[in-house]
Write a protein that binds this ligand. Sequence first.
Ligand SMILES: O=C(O)CCC(=O)C(=O)O
Ligand SMILES: [Fe+2]
Length: 274
Amino acid sequence: MDSEQEANQKKDSPGLSSMPPEIGCFNMKGKALDDFIVGTVPTVMYIPDFITSIEESHLLDCVYNCPSSKWKSLKNRRLQNWGGIVHEKGLLPQQLPPWLVNIADKIYEESGLFPLAINHVLINEYLPNQGIMPHQDGPAYYPVVAILSLGSPVVMEFAPHSSLQADMSTDDLSGDSSAEADMWAGYHRSFSIILMPRSLLIFKDDVYTRYLHGIRDNAFLLCSGALNEAEACRDKLSVEGRSSGDSRYIQRTETRVSLTFRLVLKVHKKLFKF
Ligand SMILES: O=C(O)CCC(=O)C(=O)O
Ligand SMILES: [Fe+2]
């Protein structure tokens, strides 16, 4: 941790008391949310150091102090589902615990991107060789997602959905000028983004509705060409890497935990009962 980060951490978190740290104000260093837009496809925002290391440890403690029954083991990762069951007809709601309400409300208030308070949080845990298949988050959610990363850095890859690739090939045959065709191909290119610990990734618009996102299940993840490569690699202490020719990789040595914040607009009145 550099001295500026250390100073910020001391300022934001007044001591290691047993009190849970308040999640500080949106750490945008005086910038507007639009200043964090990365890439050219609408719309991805990447906010480094959204929380401090102390807040990160507190959230990890909360995640790991939950009853083990809260974890659901999948083939390639574990997850906790908070906020209720997402059904194709809407959300069968459950109250979020206070430690999640705290941060969910901050993301809601400070981003201004959700029409109502965030009511659903998925927590994913990945070992260094685990990932998540390319997928879309689906129509049950309002089409904005915010992902807070804790622990090991990873690279998230985005690729246009096959329906968009079909559009592209139709366009290639439609006699566009080559400049326009190049623009179209560039616009729909796959891209990747390094998710450093404590960062917040937000995506919406075409990236939500027309792209797939995923994380490869490898301990080494290619990071050359990532939208935020320069920014993420400035913090060399946090990115353990290896190079092979022109390609650079980050090495995952620790577990990663991510918190995915979303809003389900349609909420059933009846509380979900076990
Ligand atoms: O762990 C992540 O960063 C991604 C999680 C995700 O895509 C999801 O929960 O839908
Ligand atoms: Fe997702």
